[in-house]
Ligand binder design. Structure first.
Ligand code: AMP
Length: 569
């Protein structure tokens, strides 16, 4: 069998032989999996690639869920995979309100390791001196759970952080000791990352977080905790509430003794009214920020540019629990122009063409995609997924040698997202059903609604615009604070587990807000959309608003605001 891992220096070779490598990958996967129960159903033991394309169906999570669950419940891996499944990755995508789990083996972590090394090599080719310093990481390895059969389950990035691959790779690259990254208590871990980063400020050449939302969350946390952090630096003593023993010990080591000079300097910067450029003021040698800023994360570009005085934002990779896809080989491109070069040795990739209406029109191989066209990717990986629909819409933006580069366009079906939460139209409608049940106890009826994600205040939060009508009187709407706050809570309670989980993390998602608008607002909104070309006979209020002009119409009609007053269970 070919060596499955790869060396970063192989990038040119890999991308020059994309067709052959993809062919080999498919052959290898079919040989490995020919006798799995899943493939037997369609191929009856054959490893013929043409037969694979003709007979193996394109699937979604619900199609493969029963097989995955059987392995999670203790049946042998070969229900789906010839290579033993060693753990499950918990994805941020949801299926019927539950987070999805994907089978994985070491190949995933080996690839991720290579991609990390590759990104680090790419960035040092473009920016001088990054190898000489350290990155301040906002990495959090969350506690793992286990399946009934005892296999570990956690998010892909957490699993990587917990693996030896990360431990071996990370030494000396980061200002935080591994004990901080491994600390299962999120708030303690965040505090200690910042403390270590501030103490070693002269060594910091970059800030890193997997997604931009976590980086923005870290700065918000800093805004709320800088006084305490500075006081720890002044006294040389870590706050008592840092109770995780190994985390506390390792941080105390880095803190060394009292340092009032550094504390004064940091306090002076943090006390300034504007936090414009705070990153470069606190960490003056920072040369770039490494975090994903494409797709849902693009909403954070502006705030990161504000905090960092427009340092380069390097969006390093496009990866998921199902597979790693590609790397960004042009780190200095504007975030809006980022594309990812697909790595042909990671999985077998196919592409479902998506026309403007979202209809699917045929499947092509990786090397046959056309410049400018839109596709949904299908993954066949080394751990049991075959022709799996990713639900991500991508556009071909160029080629690196023969490997295509894709711009991430959007996730299918997700309409609201602040962080890694992914709330679909279905989730929103379900939440509204719950809220309207609460409204029934009052005199009010919901006449119209729409929503958006407000990230002008941090952390970002979901905002619902509601037009209400009183049942008993024809005009004056009496807004009962208790009922409307309860509606906010009912919606949050109804959102999927991922939303509720992220909402519980400090600084990740703020309380959901209902903004009640004047009567007639939704008519004005309709007139606006029709004036923009929407069909008047088929007009539907958009569930989620993206246009700033439409938002302005809603905003100028806001009568009152209500926030949920508790974190959902
Ligand atoms: P998860 O399986 O929870 O890691 O989520 C993977 C999903 O995150 C992908 O399917 C994408 O929708 C999204 N994602 C991952 N990387 C990127 C990226 N570089 N740009 C935009 N979205 C991304």
């Amino acid at each position: 069998m070919r060596n499955l891992s790869f060396d970063p220096k192989d990038l040119e070779e890999l991308t020059s032989n994309a067709k052959q490598i993809q062919d080999d990958v498919l052959e290898e996967i079919l040989t490995l999996n020919a006798n799995t129960e899943y493939l037997q159903r369609f191929l009856h033991g054959s490893t013929d690639k043409e037969l694979f394309k003709k007979s193996v169906p394109v699937v979604t999570y619900d199609d493969v869920k029963p097989y995955i669950e059987r392995v999670a419940n203790g049946e042998p891996s070969d229900v789906i995979s010839g290579k033993p499944i060693t753990q499950f990755l918990l994805s941020s995508g949801t299926s019927g309100g539950n987070q999805k789990i994907f089978p994985a083996n070491n190949k995933f972590f080996e690839d991720l390791n290579s991609v990390f090394a590759l990104s680090s090599q790419i960035i040092s080719k473009h920016i001088d001196g990054v190898q000489q310093g350290k990155a301040l990481p906002f990495f959090f390895a969350r506690a793992q759970s286990t399946t009934t059969s005892g296999l570990p389950v956690s998010s892909a990035f957490s699993s990587y952080l917990l693996s030896d691959y990360f431990k071996n790779w990370s030494s000396n690259r980061f200002t935080s000791p591994n004990e901080v990254t491994m600390c299962p208590e999120n708030k303690q871990s965040m505090y200690c990352h910042l403390l270590c980063g501030l103490v070693q400020r002269e060594e910091v050449v970059s800030l890193a977080a997997p997604f931009a939302s976590s980086l923005v969350g870290a700065i918000t946390f800093l805004e709320n905790h800088w006084k305490e952090l500075c006081s720890n630096i002044r006294s040389g003593h870590v706050s008592e509430w840092i109770t995780d023993f190994s985390c506390r010990d390792s941080v105390a080591n880095i803190l060394g003794g009292p340092n009032s000079e550094l504390a004064d300097l940091l306090e002076e910067e943090c006390r300034k009214k504007s936090w414009n450029g705070i990153i470069t003021r606190l960490w003056p040698k920072t040369k770039f920020i490494e975090t994903i800023v494409t797709g849902q994360m693009s909403q954070y570009i502006q705030i990161l540019e504000f905090y960092s005085n427009k340092l380069p934002l390097y969006s390093p990779r496009y990866a998921s629990s199902e597979s790693i896809f590609g790397v960004n080989v042009n780190p200095l491109r504007k975030p809006q122009d980022v594309s990812y070069t697909f790595l042909p040795n990671v999985s077998y990739f196919e592409f479902l063409s998506v026309d403007d209406e979202g209809n699917n029109e045929g499947i092509v191989d990786l090397v046959d995609v056309k410049l400018g066209c839109f596709y949904e990717s299908l993954v066949t990986n080394y751990s049991g997924l075959h022709r799996y629909r990713m639900g991500d819409i991508l556009q071909v933006s160029g080629f690196h040698n023969t490997a295509p580069q894709f711009r991430f366009v959007r996730r299918k079906n997700v309409v609201l997202s602040v962080s890694v939460d992914a709330t679909t139209e279905e989730d929103i409608l379900e939440a509204l059903n719950h809220a309207t049940l609460v409204l029934k106890s009052s005199d009010l009826i919901l006449m119209g609604f729409t929503c958006y994600v407000d990230i002008s205040t941090l952390p970002g939060h979901y905002v619902f615009y509601w037009e209400l009508k009183a049942q008993t009187t024809s005009d004056v709407v009496n807004l009962d604070n208790k009922v409307l706050v309860e509606c906010c809570c009912a919606m949050e309670e109804s959102f999927n587990a991922l939303y509720r989980k992220v909402r519980k993390r400090e600084g990740s998602i703020g309380a959901l807000e209902i903004r009640v608008v004047q009567q007639g607002t939704f008519d004005s909104l309709m007139e606006f959309f029709i004036s923009q070309g929407a069909s008047s006979s088929q007009y539907k209020t958009p569930i989620c608003i993206k246009s700033s002009e439409a938002l302005a119409i809603l905003e100028k009609s806001v009568l009152a605001r209500f926030f949920s007053d508790k974190v959902p269970l």
